[in-house]
Write a protein that binds this ligand. Structure first.
Ligand SMILES: NC(=O)C1=CN([C@@H]2O[C@H](COP(=O)(O)OP(=O)(O)OC[C@H]3O[C@@H](n4cnc5c(N)ncnc54)[C@H](OP(=O)(O)O)[C@@H]3O)[C@@H](O)[C@H]2O)C=CC1
Ligand SMILES: N[C@@H](CC=O)C(=O)O
Length: 397
């Protein structure tokens, strides 16, 4: 019998307990022994099927030699960071879905895991149930990765889908996403692009081998997005999607999060609801896309439990994953030439006066929406300085 612990019995923690119980036979066949949740760390005791396993005392996990793997689904940094370090120091593998912790402290925790001869695994931290970090670091290991981009947040993709397809209000769509267990404890992280930002940092860390500091990454969410722009874009053959992007730039790299116009024939344009999709561009493979449910109890738990199994099977340690702690070489994304969508209060003549050649998408009620030629973010801001800008979004491709 292999015994594990869960820390944090919320959406994902509960999913982990369910997957271990419901898929017990498949898991045992693969591990050669039954897997059992022995202890669950909680803050507040609740009645229910796991009541007998609960403790609010972390030392019950830390000092229990029978517990070989700890699954951290608390979220945030403080307690999760402290318990993760102590669990690793106690010689236990740690598996997590906590992208904030991995984006901010992953490098240090991987180094600690290495020192202690155990694994720190975090497949569930990006893309929920989608296998993407393992394929990126293993199946694509022979590539130089030039770019990673995609829809990295289930809550905002769900909100956009519900608003555009069903005419739901932002507030109602967000409430639904919370009820379905997709949103973060503080959903500001979802709607302001911070959650997607943490995920693009993890992807960039692994793809380019060097720390990307989340504080250096511009993150814009969907809270200021207007349905007017969604409709104009749609009529012109585009969809608006919240994307995280990370690009190799010579010996440097950049990353950012923003709503983008995505051409309707691009595979990302039709990724809807809670689904995420991540495109990885390798110099040998070209573009590879990973698609699936990006949030929710069971998909995310599936990734956590797979990591538990991998930690045990690869015991004492899986082959090296990690990145350099030094964030040197990070370049502001404003330098990357992109086409930009603008909606201005003004005429086509105003747009042409500022940008020269533009592609008009709509002229209506004193407003003009247009696409620029590829220009850097800095240059676009300079050229638009004299315009009455109502919206500005980058265009994918
Ligand atoms: N939900 C999802 O779809 C996904 C979530 N994740 C990540 O997984 C992690 C967990 O998310 P989720 O399950 O949604 O969050 P929840 O808020 O549903 O669950 C977190 C749980 O941790 C408990 N908790 C908080 N602090 C402590 C503590 N000090 N000791 C013990 N328990 C504690 C909370 O207890 P209390 O109820 O008392 O607050 C709560 O039950 C986060 O890092 C999140 O970003 C990743 C992918 C998908
Ligand atoms: N809040 C996140 C949960 C999964 O990472 C999301 O909506 O994507």
């Amino acid at each position: 019998m292999i015994q594990i612990a869960i820390m944090g019995l919320g959406t994902v923690g509960t999913g982990v307990a369910k997957v271990v119980a419901e898929n017990a036979r498949q898991i045992e066949r693969k591990l050669g022994e039954p897997l059992q949740v022995k202890t669950i760390l909680v803050r507040h005791f609740k009645d229910g099927p796991y009541r007998q396993l609960m403790t609010d005392d972390f030392t019950r996990i830390e000092e229990d030699d029978a517990i070989r793997v700890v699954v951290e689904t608390i979220g945030g940094v403080e307690a999760a960071y402290e318990y993760t370090k102590r669990a690793l120091n106690a010689g236990k593998h740690v598996v997590t879905a906590n992208k904030q912790l991995v984006a901010e402290k992953g490098c240090e925790l991987l180094a600690l895991a290495k020192k202690r001869g155990v694994n720190y695994l975090f497949e569930a931290s990006v893309g929920g149930g989608i296998p993407v970090l393992h394929p990126l670091t293993q199946c694509m290991a022979a590539n130089r990765i030039d770019e990673v981009y995609g829809i990295l947040n289930g809550t905002t993709n769900y909100i956009l889908t519900r608003m555009v397809r069903a005419g739901a209000t932002f507030a109602d769509a967000l409430r639904e996403a919370q009820e379905k267990g997709y949103a973060e404890a503080d959903p500001t992280a979802d709607v302001e692009g911070i959650d997607a930002g943490r995920k693009i940092c993890i992807l960039a860390d692994l793809a380019f081998g060097r720390q990307v500091d989340p504080a250096a990454v511009p993150m814009e969410g969907i809270s200021r997005l207007s349905l007017d722009d969604v409709r104009i874009a749609q009529r012109a053959g585009y969809r608006i999607k919240l994307l995280g992007r990370a690009l190799r730039l010579g010996s440097g790299r950049t990353a950012y999060v923003a709503p983008h116009l995505v051409p309707e024939d691009h595979p990302l344009a039709n990724v809807e609801d809670v689904f995420n999709a991540v495109v990885v561009k390798g110099n040998a493979t070209g573009e590879v896309m990973f698609y699936g449910r990006g949030a929710g109890e069971m998909p995310t738990a599936s990734a956590c439990v797979a990591d538990v199994m991998e930690a045990l099977q690869a015991s004492p340690r899986r082959e090296e994953i990690g990145w350099e702690a030094d964030p040197e070489g990070f370049v502001a994304p404003q330098t990357v030439p992109l086409r930009h969508y603008f909606r201005i209060r003004g005429s086509l003549a105003d747009a042409v006066g500022a940008f020269g050649q533009v592609e008009v998408l709509s002229e209506d009620s004193g407003m003009t929406a247009f696409l620029t030629e590829p220009v850097s973010g800095g240059e676009a801001a300079e050229k638009a300085a004299a315009l009455a800008v109502l919206a500005r979004l980058p265009v994918l491709g």
